[in-house]
Design a protein. Structure first.
Length: 464
């Protein structure tokens, strides 16, 4: 069977699996009506398996030296990847009961590693009884980052109920790793770009040195000894238009407001757990997109990482937005993401034990992973059924980061997904609910301020 070289960045993510929590992304689709297993199987067989990475398994190099390879798998048995499940049905169960049962089942599934003897993905079709169905897709992060997988999602979904495409989707490019000769040739052709890249590397090296010297995040409910199980939760949806209203007076982005509200939710949770917030840090590892335009649509990992100090020390929610805006602006102008990307590429070439040591050192400086993706704006359909909710859970791999927080927009609403080590955070729904309360409080403040202004200035409406 044919084998193909894995890029060093993808190899780095392959090896980020921790003893308890693997680097696996989990996505969930909710429909109000049942999903037909045969129709879903057809979609997976003719669309998902159209992409090479979902038909290839990983082969590690001998003695763990060198880059892994992708090996083509012939005649994939879909039964090895698609699993049919059902929530327990009781006559008196409420919608809230079924949602709690679904969260428990999703956590059980997310706690399992992916078998390494087959392509690194899994799908679960879950019968939710009177609530409809759920479709859970799991894939290893080495296959691609969030932006790459949004393109894969675009091939799985349809824009209308009766537009189920029976043919394969358009081909999606797979990024081949550049050869050393190609890198040298590119540098000789564009020496100015090479000098600029060298400056970025030097600046990034200083940032990395700074990251290594800062004190670790202290132990907390998000940072401590891991168990063996995940706990998951998701928030109710919040209207994106309302969040834009809140962001406008600050001249902030929607992302600034969302991150500030995540920080507020974590602040309230830490206080709920009896943590003294004075002189306490809680940093998030934040993915930063570095994908060049010409690589858009390719299955690969092309992003960097940065450390973001969440303003949990600030009690005032308005001030939290301001502080978040300032810190996010610093991050946008930092060379840290580029430096982290180069470090990951370098570690991808080395043995996993070396990567584990560096990962543990850098991971000690933070407590959570925080990711945000812009999802589809219009309603989508899966195997002929309307998709009501979309959400995902970013992994928190290794043995130092206790929680992953994932923001995703769909049809004009934002949902927060929370996945945490169940031994550290057994009640992640508390955080998801607190996030919504933070947003609703800011939205209420905004509308109250607008109403007061309109009352004192008749005929005035705020310029947008």
């Amino acid at each position: 069977m044919a084998r193909h070289a894995m890029s060093s960045m993808d190899a780095a993510w392959l090896h980020m699996d921790g003893p308890a929590h693997p680097a696996v992304v989990n996505g969930l689709v909710l429909t109000a009506k049942p999903l037909d297993a045969e129709a879903l199987g057809y979609v997976l067989r003719n669309r998902l398996l159209h992409f090479d990475r979902f038909r290839q398994r990983v082969v590690e190099p001998a003695l763990g030296l060198g880059l892994p390879q992708w090996e083509d798998v012939e005649d994939i048995d879909l039964d090895d990847h698609l699993h049919l499940l059902a929530l327990p049905h009781t006559p008196r169960s409420t919608a809230a009961d079924r949602e709690r049962a679904l969260a428990h089942l999703v956590a059980d599934i997310a706690s399992q590693p992916l078998p390494r003897d087959r392509p690194l993905w899994q799908a679960h079709l879950i019968d939710r009884g009177r609530s409809g169905a759920a479709f859970m897709l799991r894939y290893h992060h080495c296959i691609g980052d969030g932006l790459a997988m949004m393109n894969v999602a675009g091939a799985l979904f349809d824009p209308a109920a009766h537009s189920l495409r029976w043919g394969p989707p358009p081909p999606l490019a797979v990024a081949p790793p550049p050869s050393p000769l190609a890198i040298v040739f590119e540098a000789l052709q564009h020496p100015q770009q090479g000098l600029h890249a060298a400056e970025q590397v030097m600046d990034g090296a200083q940032v990395l040195l700074h990251d290594l010297l800062i004190p670790p995040d202290p132990p907390s409910p998000m940072k401590g000894e891991f168990g063996v199980r995940q706990a998951v939760a998701w928030s109710s949806g919040v209207e994106l238009s309302d969040i834009k209203d809140v962001a406008w007076p600050f001249h902030a982005t929607v992302n600034d407001v969302l991150v500030a509200c995540v920080a507020g939710a974590l602040r309230h949770y830490l206080k709920h757990r009896g943590i003294d917030l004075r002189h306490r840090t809680l940093r998030a590892v934040v993915p930063v997109n570095l994908r060049p335009a010409e690589h858009r649509g390719q299955l690969s990992n092309e992003f960097g990482l940065a450390l973001l100090a969440l303003p949990i020390e600030e009690d005032n929610p308005v001030q939290r937005v301001t502080l978040t805006q300032e810190r996010m602006a610093q991050l946008k102008h930092s060379t840290e993401p580029v430096a982290m990307q180069w470090l990951c590429k370098l570690l991808g070439h080395g043995p996993k034990p070396l990567q584990d040591q560096v990962q543990a050192l850098l991971g000690s400086k933070a407590s959570v992973v925080l990711s945000n993706l812009a999802g589809p704006r219009q309603r989508l359909y899966l195997a002929g059924r309307a998709v009501d909710r979309l959400m995902f859970w970013v992994p928190h791999p290794g043995d130092t980061l206790g929680m992953g927080l994932s923001l995703l927009s769909y049809r004009g609403q934002i949902t927060l997904g929370v996945m945490a080590d169940a031994q550290l955070v057994p009640d992640p729904q508390w955080i998801a609910d607190a996030f919504v309360h933070e947003l609703e409080a800011l939205i209420a403040r905004y509308h109250s301020a607008v109403n007061r202004r309109e009352h004192t200035e008749p005929g005035h409406s705020p310029a947008r």
